[in-house]
Design a protein around this ligand. Structure first.
Ligand SMILES: [Zn+2]
Length: 450
């Protein structure tokens, strides 16, 4: 604080009398922005072309949503369903929720170069997005030749690779041998290895079993994907990470036993980062018994009660590093076409409600501090994925800033959000996560185009 850039003159934008909140603490002062970067932090008021009086309200760094899917096809062939939010609507929806950077996934199509998907996704996001973005690359074609793509992709700027330990039927799954070899190559270059950790053999057995028993029972979406499948996959991935020295990033952690496996892995010397999502914190699988249970379907599924609480403990005490949205949006009509747990497209909207949810159920509920929210949603994902200009309010960083109004309550409804995701109640009576955003409103102030 008290620091100011040497160049004189007015700023493009100033935010005066703000409570400036970083992961490390908070200070009252003003922020001066020039050319899209934070160029002054001062205890005194500043002058600029555009002046905003925050009146003591918090300003936090823009959220980096480390887990987003826009325009993704779920399923295969004629059964595939394309998600509802593309690279225009998705990033707009993110910005309305205080997200100023999203990281999406370029998922290789088997038989094609991963690089092709990376380039076409970058092109599509560049054309559509109003906010900054990055891409993880998913390698889905477990042939040795595909490993040779890793180094060029990292030179292109891909810092992280994601592998599916499930979804053989959708053509995403890679075996442990390929994963081992890929991890070694990625670790050698200091990249991050992300895994969708569900053991496919366990899933396939129970999926067939539950399909025979009761295909229309939506609770079987959860029971056909047992918690054990997550634990087994995490333990396998940790063994490979220890062997190769790779940094392992477990996406969308959903179970208490998975968290326990991660802690044991860390204690055994593995570098393991844990990410969870708001829906695993908000709900148990009891919602699948509701008539609108199909609106709550995503993978991994919601879990038995007890898991939520364990994940909240991890979010609170730092054993969980990141909360990402896993935004993967389907409209009500798309979900309604399902006849049972087997054919409902899995995924929820969420990037727009990620921060409001953490402010509502986390901060307003007294479970975590605003600093911790900044750490989980901004600072940690920026550090892990090497977005060096993001994640904190400091001189020289991008002026990705979110002004919060913690007093305003607002129901989240179909009409109140930008995304086209499913709601779990009639319009006007609350959305798929009724508590999302009920106590907090966010206003994105400044974003920088890629
Ligand atoms: Zn995902």
């Amino acid at each position: 604080m008290g620091k100011e850039s040497s160049s004189s003159g007015r700023y493009d934008l100033v935010i005066n009398d703000a409570l400036i909140v970083n992961a490390t603490g908070r200070l009252r002062g003003s922020i001066g922005v020039r050319d899209g970067a934070i160029s002054a932090l001062s205890r005194e008021g500043l002058r600029g072309e555009l002046e905003i009086d925050a009146r003591g309200r918090p300003v936090i760094p823009g959220v980096v949503d480390a887990h987003c899917h826009f325009r993704i096809a779920q399923g295969r062939g004629p059964d595939a369903v394309v998600s509802s939010d593309d690279y225009v609507i998705g990033p707009r929806s993110a910005a309305f929720g205080g997200v100023t950077t999203f990281i999406d996934f370029a998922i290789q199509q088997r038989g094609s170069a991963a690089r092709d998907e990376v380039e076409s996704r970058i092109e599509e996001a560049s054309a559509g997005s109003i906010i900054d973005f990055g891409f993880h690359c998913s390698l889905t074609d477990p042939r040795p030749a595909v490993l040779d793509e890793i180094e060029p992709l990292m030179e292109r700027g891909i810092a992280s690779f994601k592998f599916f330990m499930a979804y053989a039927k959708w053509g995403f799954y890679v075996d442990l041998g390929f994963l081992h070899a890929a991890m070694a190559r990625i670790a050698a270059r200091g990249g991050v290895v992300a895994v969708h950790a569900e053991d496919d053999e366990i899933l396939e057995f129970w999926r067939d079993q539950k399909a025979r028993e009761a295909p229309s029972d939506m609770l079987n979406h959860s029971l056909s994907r047992p918690e054990l499948a997550e634990e087994v996959a995490i333990r396998s991935a940790i063994a490979l990470a220890k062997e190769t020295g790779a940094t392992l990033y477990v996406v969308h952690l959903s179970t208490s036993r998975g968290l326990r496996a991660i802690i044991e892995g860390r204690n055994g010397g593995a570098a393991v980062i844990a990410e969870t999502c708001p829906h695993y914190l908000a709900f148990s699988h009891e919602v699948y018994r509701q008539p609108d249970g199909r609106y709550y379907t995503m993978t991994p599924p919601l879990r038995a009660d007890g898991n939520r609480q364990a994940l909240w403990d991890g979010v609170r005490d730092g054993r969980i590093d990141v909360v990402g949205s896993d935004h993967n949006s389907f409209t009500r009509a798309q979900k309604d076409r399902a006849t049972g747990f087997l054919d409902v497209p899995p995924g929820l909207a969420g990037t727009e409600t990620l921060l409001p949810y953490m402010l509502s159920d986390g901060v307003a509920a007294g479970l975590i501090t605003l600093e911790r929210v900044v750490e989980l949603l901004c600072t940690n994902p920026a550090r892990i994925y090497r977005l060096t200009r993001k994640g904190s309010i400091e001189l020289g960083k991008d002026a990705d800033l979110v002004l919060l109004d913690l007093d305003e309550e607002r129901a989240v409804t179909d009409a109140s959000v930008v995304d086209r995701g499913t709601c779990n109640a009639p319009v006007g009576r609350g959305r798929f996560v009724p508590r999302y955003g009920t106590r907090a409103r966010t206003e994105p102030l400044a974003t920088v185009r890629p």
